[in-house]
Design a protein around this ligand. Sequence first.
Ligand code: HEM
Length: 321
Amino acid sequence: MAEPVQEAIHAMEAYTGAEKGYRRAHSRGLVFRATFTPSPDARGLTTAEHFQGPPIRTLVRLSNAAGSPHAGDRVSPTRGRVLGLAVRFTLPSGGFATWAAANIPVFLVRTPEEFVQLTTAQRPEGEKRKPNPLRLLGYLATHLSTLRGIKGVAQLKPTPSFAHERFNGIHAYHLVDAHGQRRTFRYRWVPLAGPATLSEAEAAERPEQYLLDEIRERVSRERVSWDLELQLAQPGDPTHDATRAWPEDRPLVTVGRLVLERPYEDQRESEQFVFDPTGVVPGIELSDDPILRFRSQVYRESHHRRSQETKPEPKPADLGQ
Ligand code: HEM
């Protein structure tokens, strides 16, 4: 296996609070049954089968990005957490297509090597087990591109609900239509509930972990949905650098709507699922972003390890009950 994959997994296991039996990132989450309904506009852009017409049965995993399953859903009353929305589309021909997105505008690093360096630079040290700011500054001094990602993470506010978060696919992909025309895009899940944040006082009142209970309860009483928007690139927009956003004036096309239905009935089973961001089908192609293919390998290794480990018995609430 490629060396950087093992190094990345090692860095996550050693420095992010990852626990045996859990995902090495986004360890705490809940899977929902959902429906994805493609819009008529989608068909003209891609031959991908889940965009051709009838609603598609989908699984959605909402997660806290932390390595530790015990991490809080906000860093402090004024700072939120990175959160994830992963999907698995059931294809009409059998099999699945998968994606995984996060509520940050850009990623922190451009290459697998930078991921290992940054994760290692943030390692907890000393008696208090805190990261050494000088080490991080040393990394940043030679990697200014990471500042954009750090700003995005630092600007996250505590959220009342996953239902108010926008999740970005971050990497570039290509659409291929029936005539073979290719268009480059990035995707985002835009919440129909609109954006919302908690005030400092409201956030201070929330328990450390509140988001999974909140979303389970919300889904039982109202429709929770996101529109899938594609941002179409113009020539010259970078496809290989996840730390750089494209200008906001690029055209956006809404290609479908995702609606949560109910928690998946067997959360033990769904904890075994892997939401690989390279899980595309004909009609969608991967870009040259080196992080995209690397993620696929790292997720496979994370799954390999966690599926061979004994996980502590989860709380009933985490089993979708
Ligand atoms: C070098 C870059 C990255 C590495 C090494 C990495 C690593 C990981 C690992 C090890 C997992 C757990 C996989 C499993 O056990 O199934 C994971 C999950 C996840 N990652 Fe990443 N990740 C990277 C970049 C990203 C980016 C750019 C995004 C957002 C666009 C993202 C979003 C997610 C989400 C949403 C999950 C949870 C998937 C689920 O619910 O199963 N990651 N990541």
